[in-house]
Write a protein that binds this ligand. Sequence first.
Ligand SMILES: Nc1ncnc2c1ncn2[C@@H]1O[C@H](COP(=O)(O)OP(=O)(O)OP(=O)(O)O)[C@@H](O)[C@H]1O
Ligand SMILES: [Mg+2]
Length: 227
Amino acid sequence: MTIRMDLVSVRLGDVNVLQDVSLELDVRTVAVIGENGSGKSTFARLLGGLVKRASGAVSVLGVDPEKQAAELRRRAAVVFSNPDAQIIMPTVAEDVAFSLRAGRLRPSARDERVKAAFTRFGLSDLAGRASHDLSGGQKQLLALCGAFVRRPELVIADEPTASLDARNARRVADHLFEDTVHRLVMVTHNLALAQRCDVAMLFSEGRAVALGEPVRVVSEYEALLRC
Ligand SMILES: Nc1ncnc2c1ncn2[C@@H]1O[C@H](COP(=O)(O)OP(=O)(O)OP(=O)(O)O)[C@@H](O)[C@H]1O
Ligand SMILES: [Mg+2]
């Protein structure tokens, strides 16, 4: 089982952000949809071990993200909706290479891997640039590149195409769906993209209110938006 939750609740400050979330997911790609403030990013952060639960049990790739955080970090990558938080190294090339520091690759293999990822994410021409001077969309591409270059088993991506132009959004989406190495949990407001996933889940006011066939879950969401 890739992801399992049993009656999970998360409280941040004095807000009950997630309430009684129970689910079992064993598919390759999952879309997470719902209105602003419904709890999607908190759910993504919970999967990545970045938020603590108040109650309940969570298992991701067979590990508890809170208690076995180091193992999860090795096997899964989280891409936040705010890529600034993820940029660590001064240049684009160094930042992507830094993602591979724990991989014990030979330098030539590491360079090959970085080069292929640059090509894939359209970053080759920016390799020598200062990371913090990139545009918003370029930073998002850099964060995605850093996540995928490690070839994780699971990618948890929070609105990965939100600030990308149409060509880059297509390029990233194709990578998310065509590369079958990783599993994917993707938070998105792009309902066409959500429908390319195997399964969609809908959050509303901190609760998982629908899970299943994306076309059906998207139409439930559209009905909710009309209320
Ligand atoms: N640190 C925090 N302290 C208090 N409340 C928080 C905190 N972080 C998030 N929240 C609240 O939790 C709720 C869910 O937030 P979350 O970021 O998970 O929503 P979201 O579904 O990702 O929304 P969006 O589509 O706007 O990104 C919101 O009401 C938000 O204000
Ligand atoms: Mg969010």
